[in-house]
Design a protein around this ligand. Structure first.
Ligand code: NAD
Length: 420
């Protein structure tokens, strides 16, 4: 079985377990066990050399009972159908958990964006968007950034979509994509939202144990959009970020790294490797560090049966999607490690994407302070409900989060009924 097939099987197993816990109606269970729509598009892209290359893109629409399909677009060499299926499933449960009027979707293209120039990437985004055609739309399916994509690409995606609309529709259709640059209708606070949301979820968890973040140590894997903003927020909240890892290597400084300096260094040098005033460490050493908190904010399946026994952190925040395999999660649960599951920990991104969509719909612009306060309150509300489920069901935080989402989905299906 491929690693992405395993990932999708694990995503489905989480859904099944929650369905079992709440004795979900078998019809609803069957619907939620797989995606509603699966789209594969093949499209030509011209390289700067003049040659054409055929690329394959995916959009998986898992469920839309709560509202339009919603989810990121990933550009990474590992993207395939099963990976995107798993990510789309998680989006349905994430949106339900944080009570957004959105369903779940995900998409992507199997390329390493570092191997494409800016002009080539623009052609990839525009041609992919064009190929998706009417399969995305501001009230139907709304993409956003994910690994390997960013605000600038969302701008190209929006522009391509708007050019296929009549002039009278264009202004209103800007919300077809979220995570856009602020000048194009993006929300203040969207770029930082996923990392900040993860930090707020950790603060809530510490609060449950009457513990302060101040002076506790944290190691963060991934220093892109999510990891860098999680690092900035956690150091703002008083934590010492003592280690950071990215695709190029890992670094460690016992008394804490200067995160603002590290962000600048990483932007200028394409990664954290080589940062002065820190010692390089291996990936194995990174995961085995004696820190209070570990924040995986890069890829799936980073904490596995292979390395879980080396982990010494007592608290883990799944800022990435699916960073802990099911086998490793069982070991961590057994060992009493508190894990904030991905559908809660990284929900900040889609929460502020929803705020962007509302601001576009109402031609409004909320202040950064307003966005951040709403984000924090929404994450904390979900944390409260997950904590309550956890106690009443005597289960893991992950199971509690899935149950909390599944109950809403079950209620909505039972109120609406299943057509015909
Ligand atoms: P990004 O492309 O901005 O950054 C990815 C980071 O991971 C980079 O620092 C890269 O060097 C690092 N990385 C890649 N491969 C690695 C490896 N093998 N070992 C160590 N580090 C590695 O991506 P992002 O948007 O920050 O997304 C990170 C994770 O967060 C993904 O799982 C994504 O699905 C999830 N997520 C992102 C958002 C969002 O708003 N961007 C929202 C929800 C969830």
């Amino acid at each position: 079985m491929t690693s992405s097939a395993k990932l999708f099987r694990e995503a489905t197993a989480n859904v099944e377990a929650a369905a079992h816990s709440i004795a979900m109606d078998p019809k609803v269970r069957a619907i939620l066990s797989g995606p509603m729509n699966e789209l594969i598009v093949n499209f030509p892209v011209q390289r700067d050399s003049g040659d054409y290359e055929m690329l394959q893109g995916y959009r998986i629409q898992h469920n839309n009972i709560l509202g339009p399909y919603k989810g990121g677009m990933r550009f990474h060499a590992s993207v395939d159908l099963d990976e995107v299926r798993a990510l789309a499933t998680w989006m349905t449960f994430k949106c339900a958990l944080v009570r957004l009027p959105f369903g779940g979707a995900k998409g992507g293209v199997a390329i390493d964006p570092h191997n494409f120039s800016d002009t080539e990437l623009e052609r990839v985004v525009r041609r992919f968007t064009h190929s998706l055609g009417e399969n995305i739309g501001p009230e139907f399916d709304i993409p956003a950034p994910d690994m390997g994509t960013d605000a600038r690409m969302m701008g190209w995606m929006m522009d391509t979509y708007l050019n296929s609309r009549g002039p009278g529709e264009r202004q209103n259709a800007r919300r077809v994509v979220t995570g856009k640059p602020v000048e194009l209708g993006g929300s203040l606070g969207r770029a930082a939202a996923t990392g900040r949301g993860a930090a707020y979820a950790l603060r809530h968890l510490y609060g449950e144990f009457d513990r302060s973040l101040d002076g506790d140590t944290v190691a963060i894997q991934g220093f892109g959009n999510v990891g860098s903003h999680a690092a900035l927020t956690l150091s703002e909240l008083g934590m010492d970020v003592v280690a950071v890892a990215d695709v190029g290597g890992a670094i460690h400084h016992e008394t804490g790294l200067d995160i603002e300096k590290l962000v600048r260094f990483s932007q200028e040098n394409g990664g954290v490797a080589g940062y002065p005033n820190a010692e390089p460490i291996s990936t194995e050493e990174f995961f085995a560090l004696d820190v209070d908190v570990l924040v995986p904010a890069a890829l799936e399946a980073q904490i596995t049966a292979h390395n879980v026994d080396s982990i010494r952190a007592r608290w883990i925040v799944e800022a990435a999607n699916g960073p802990i395999t099911a086998e490793a999660a069982a070991v961590l649960d057994h060992g009493g490690v508190e894990v904030i599951p991905d559908i809660l920990a990284n929900s900040g991104g889609v929460i502020v994407s929803y705020y962007e969509w509302v601001q576009n719909k109402t031609s409004d612009q909320w202040s950064a302070v307003d966005v951040d306060r709403r984000l924090r309150d929404t994450v904390w509300d979900a944390c409260d409900r997950v904590a309550a489920q956890r106690v009443s069901r005597a289960c893991s935080r992950r199971q509690a989060a899935y149950i909390e989402a599944a109950e809403l989905l079950q209620t909505v299906y039972s109120l609406r009924g299943i057509f015909p």
